[in-house]
Design a protein around this ligand. Structure first.
Ligand code: FPP
Length: 249
């Protein structure tokens, strides 16, 4: 019912999602937190397929934040194992849907097995030309901005970059999202209305969409609703409505 309402001519090029509420979903069903994460993987599967089918170019999912390393060790280990299993199981689905896997974040901080699985999946799917599925792993925006600042400073120090040449483009090129367009739409599930250290630079002009729906309950129809809501908004990038209408000419 929602699907027919989507304007295929005005699709966001890049949708980013803060997948939140797995723990609360598990609790509300009287289950351990990991059941929520496992159910969350089902949502990842169906939303990725839906995004690929709609012709969205980039889908970025916040799977594990830098701050998530501070969770109880047992949960961290179980999440890492779940990521490894999921990548192993889902590579075939990615191939079938012509999806290319990319990652952002500090991949080197992950256990070796997880790094190997992700790198292998990235290689296997490198030739796919459809949706780019970007998984944020050990990612936080402040971590990536500090890293970019250090790299820029090093280049200035070594004489390969002039201070006056540092602009928005150079900064963007030094972030882990280099080459990926900024998100047009940023969705957060579970009712929290925060950005939580996710894509702070890149989301400067993103439309924000918050839904009370917990991530395991986030259906394809809920995703369509977010896209329809986005399509109803006027994106001005600091300009006036009149300027935008004149430019449409
Ligand atoms: C937030 O829920 C969810 C996470 C920190 C992990 C999300 C990871 C997955 C769904 C697995 C993803 C797999 C792939 C391959 C992308 P929460 O635990 O913060 O929930 P709560 O706020 O209700 O406690």
């Amino acid at each position: 019912m929602y699907k027919e309402t989507i304007d295929r001519e005005r699709m966001p090029r890049h949708v980013a999602i803060i997948m939140d509420g797995n723990g609360r979903w598990a609790k509300s069903h009287g289950l351990a937190r990991m059941f929520g994460h496992r159910q969350g993987v089902e949502t990842v599967h169906r939303i990725t397929e839906a995004a690929a089918e709609l012709g969205i170019r980039y889908l970025t999912l916040y799977a594990f934040s830098t701050e998530n390393w501070n969770r109880p060790q047992q949960e961290v280990d179980a999440l890492m194992e779940l990521l490894v299993d999921t990548i192993a199981k889902e590579t075939e689905t990615l191939m079938k849907n012509n999806v290319r896997l990319l990652t952002i974040g500090d991949l080197n901080r992950l256990p070796q097995k997880a790094q190997d699985k992700f790198r292998r999946c990235m290689e296997q799917t490198a030739g796919n030309t459809g949706l780019r599925l970007v998984i944020a792993l050990s990612y936080s925006a402040r971590w990536e901005i500090i890293r970019a600042a250090r790299k820029l400073a090093e280049e200035v120090q070594s004489g390969t970059l002039r201070v006056e040449d540092i602009d928005e483009t150079t900064v963007s090129e030094h972030l882990t999202t280099s080459g990926i367009p900024d998100p047009d739409l940023l969705i957060r599930t579970s009712g929290e209305q925060r950005i939580s250290n996710f894509l702070l630079w890149q989301a400067a002009y993103s439309e924000l969409y918050f839904t009370p729906c917990l991530w395991p309950d986030f259906t394809v129809d809920e995703f369509y609703k977010a896209l329809i809501d986005y399509q109803g908004r006027e994106r001005r990038f600091g300009k006036t409505s009149e300027q935008l209408n004149t430019n449409k000419g």
